[in-house]
Design a protein around this ligand. Structure first.
Ligand code: AKB
Length: 317
């Protein structure tokens, strides 16, 4: 039986992953880690233990690990790309200094660690189409620079100390539960809320800008499946390309319009977001994840759009 700590349990991924893990391993075995100001509520609070867990406080982290006999950590603490550009030092403190704390506790206590990377770990010099697993990574954002650093340090801890570190490069994640905050791909979530509310959507990303995307149920499967994978099969560790679909604003607009015929979108391109989006790949090649741990997404754009719109309507958004 695993004892899991989810760091960042109240964030976009954490709020759903914690619930999924409690369903799989039992509520008592999954600790919802949070920072002050982002306390868990509802199912997250009631479904199992929770504890203050700030990655920038290594001793506090070690205490939580000891108290709950943790053996596996999902380290989801991070600032997303647009916010990180506004607060580069904080992005580094959480994404890199915080990672050192997690990895040190992992080395001392024999923990397995999952840390997500991102399509943001690539840059303008990366081959943009069918981006290979192993390729040029020269990102121009502090978010990307901290993600590449995270990938390298995580691999270093595996090679040097045998720490079981694993991760995926997530594309834009789309969910109807907890909204993202401060990402470049957030438009692909916001557009669905506008459609269901009957509002005209003002799109900050230009037509023709393709990025990889994924529906949250597939993202949760990726986290669990990779951490359950047979280590003998893993030729890579940090971090695997994974994708489910690639679209530009026009394609997602038309997918929504097929179900909401009155929906309207206009473009008001945001220069900061557009510069970041243009520096990221159009589509990743995730063959290594498919071959090494049987990664397979279930939702494409039409399937996600139908499910998401009906769920948002059910929730009365
Ligand atoms: C962001 O846009 O910053 C994130 C990501 C793709 O890593 N959603």
């Amino acid at each position: 039986m695993k004892n899991i700590l989810v760091i960042g349990s109240t964030g976009q991924i954490g709020s759903e992953l914690t619930v999924r893990l409690r369903g799989l391993y039992g509520g008592a075995h999954v600790v919802a880690g949070y920072v002050h100001g982002a306390e868990p509520v509802g199912e997250l609070l009631e479904g199992g233990p929770s504890a203050v867990c700030d990655v920038t406080d290594g001793e506090g982290l070690a205490r939580v690990v000891r108290q709950y006999s943790v053996d596996t950590v999902y380290n989801l603490a991070a600032l997303l790309s647009v916010v990180a550009e506004l607060k580069p030092r904080l992005a580094w403190k959480i994404g890199v200094d915080g990672l050192w704390n997690v990895l040190e506790v992992a080395r001392e206590s024999g923990l397995s660690v999952f840390t997500p990377s991102s399509i943001g770990a690539f840059g303008p010099g990366t081959p943009p189409d069918h981006t290979p697993q192993d390729t040029i990574q020269r990102p121009r954002t502090i978010y990307g620079i901290s993600k590449v650093t995270m990938e390298l340090i995580s691999d270093y801890y595996h090679m040097r100390y045998g720490v079981d570190t694993r991760g995926v490069r997530f594309p834009g994640l789309i969910s109807y539960v907890t909204p993202p905050g401060g990402g470049t791909t957030d438009y692909a979530v916001d557009i669905y809320y506008s459609a269901v509310r009957g509002e005209t959507f003002s799109c900050p990303i230009a037509k023709g800008t393709y990025m990889d995307m994924m529906y949250m149920p597939d993202a949760l499967n990726a986290c669990v499946r990779l951490m359950e994978a047979d280590p003998a099969r893993l030729l890579h560790r940090n971090s695997f390309n994974v994708t489910a679909m690639s679209f530009d604003p026009d394609e997602v607009y038309h997918a929504i319009k097929a179900l909401c015929p009155d929906f309207k979108m206009e473009y008001q391109v945001d220069a900061v977001k557009q510069a970041i989006a243009s520096s990221w790949p159009n589509s990743l090649d995730d063959t290594c994840a498919r071959e090494e741990w049987d990664w397979q997404p279930h939702f494409d754009l039409p399937a996600m759009t139908a499910d998401l719109i009906s769920r948002l309507r059910q929730r009365g958004v």
